[in-house]
Design a protein around this ligand. Structure first.
Ligand code: SF4
Length: 397
């Protein structure tokens, strides 16, 4: 896993970094050097990860102290191999350690087998309803399949999939969705009863897999509701020792998906629950990956590899248009791929103190700015010269 991440990290450096605020990160394992943590300002080891079995998805380990792995899905037709491969590579550069593809038709599983040969990242086949697609994807090289046993009706079909996964060394993500709970009773289920029902279903599925002597399982219980997502995943974590896939279903457009995802996934991750995460958002999956990275970086579960921009919220003391200056600084930082912390502060009253932890800080006064390097004031200049002067300083760091 680490080797895999190092290769990714190297390739990400060559690739584009969409925003200094949401750049790629290196994932942090428990036991990572504390000295290193202090230097970089991250906090590995503060969050105690839940002990689980380790499940391998190709070379990627999931569970216990293995890094939390970001995954996303391609959003182009799987049969369009060239576009799929391009999107998978973008996702890896953005920080995905696993990528999932939908395979609804026979032509998709055929294309999937070809795509497996063209990329290094382990691929997951997303299967619904069809046991044939599941087996074809496994035979075509899927490192893992995503399966909601609830929509594969016949037991013998599920057993056939399990046997194929065993033979080819594929893992299986066993999912239960809040939406499918309705189908169990044929009528609306009150919200307060859904968690118990989802857990009951999960127990049933896990038993089925274990009775077939299959334990390469990753469990997922999905809902579009933040509180229910937290509740059901806590229950799953207490009941089973398999790694858990976290995510919200249908989180919304990227700007809307960010907050609920951060609350649901962030709460669980802070409790040590969750071994692979996917942020679901409409649109470009690279955006999903960026949000997922931000969540991991914020929790100290991954190290930021690109600049971090801190901007004061501004108040009546602000000497200049802080937001405008921050936007210019943000643009300038896009060209930099070092994990620097840069602060833009609106005044010299609280600015220097707030900026003391920054590698470089600008504290504005009326019509001018002071530049601080690692807490020490190094220069003063007119407002118009602030950004060019700052860029020069950044090159020196
Ligand atoms: Fe207000 Fe100065 Fe603090 Fe910005 S740094 S919020 S301007 S006191």
């Amino acid at each position: 896993m680490l080797k895999h991440n190092e290769a990714e990290t190297a390739s990400r450096h060559k690739g584009e970094t969409p925003s200094p605020l949401i750049g790629p990160c290196r994932h942090v394992e428990d036991g990572f050097s504390l000295a290193w943590a202090c230097e970089t300002g991250y906090n590995p080891g503060v969050i105690k990860r839940r002990k689980t079995r380790i499940v391998k998805v190709g070379p990627v380990k999931l569970g216990s102290t293995a890094p939390v792995v970001i995954q996303s899905m391609t959003k182009v037709p799987t049969v369009d191999v060239a576009r799929c491969v391009r999107q998978i590579k973008q996702l890896v550069r953005a920080g995905c350690g696993l990528v999932r593809l939908a395979v609804p038709r026979r032509a998709d599983t055929e294309a999937f087998a070809g795509i497996v040969q063209k990329v290094e990242v382990p691929l997951i086949a997303d299967v619904h309803f069809s046991p044939d697609r599941a087996v074809e994807a496994i035979e075509g090289g899927a490192a893992k399949i995503r399966l909601n046993p609830g929509n594969i009706k016949k037991r013998k079909d599920i057993l056939r999939i399990i046997d194929a996964a065993k033979m080819h060394g594929a893992a299986i993500r066993v999912g239960v969705n809040e939406a499918s709970i309705r189908d169990l009773t044929g009528e609306p289920v009150p919200a307060r009863k859904r968690t118990a029902l989802m857990l009951r279903e999960m127990k049933k599925y896990v038993r089925l897999f274990e009775n077939r002597d299959f334990t390469s399982l990753v469990l997922s219980a999905k809902s579009s509701d933040v509180v229910r997502t937290i509740e059901i995943n806590r229950a799953i974590a207490e009941t089973f020792d398999y790694p858990i896939h976290l995510g919200l279903t249908h989180a919304g457009l990227p700007e809307d998906a960010r907050l609920p995802s951060a609350i649901a996934l962030g709460t669980l991750l802070a409790e040590g629950i969750g071994d692979t995460i996917r942020v679901s958002a409409a649109g470009n999956p690279v955006r999903e990956t960026e949000i997922a990275e931000q969540i991991l970086v914020a929790l100290g579960l991954a190290e930021r590899l690109s600049p971090e921009l801190i901007v004061c919220p501004t108040c009546a003391r602000a000497g200049i248009d802080v937001t405008k200056l921050a936007r210019r600084v943000e643009k300038a930082l896009r060209k930099i791929d070092k994990p620097l912390r840069v602060a833009v502060m609106g005044c010299v009253v609280n600015g220097p103190g707030e900026a003391a932890d920054a590698d470089l800080a600008i504290c504005a006064a009326r019509g001018k700015g002071y530049i601080y390097r690692r807490g020490r004031r190094i220069s003063i200049m007119a407002e118009a010269e602030i950004v060019p002067a700052m860029l020069k300083e950044l090159e020196r760091l």
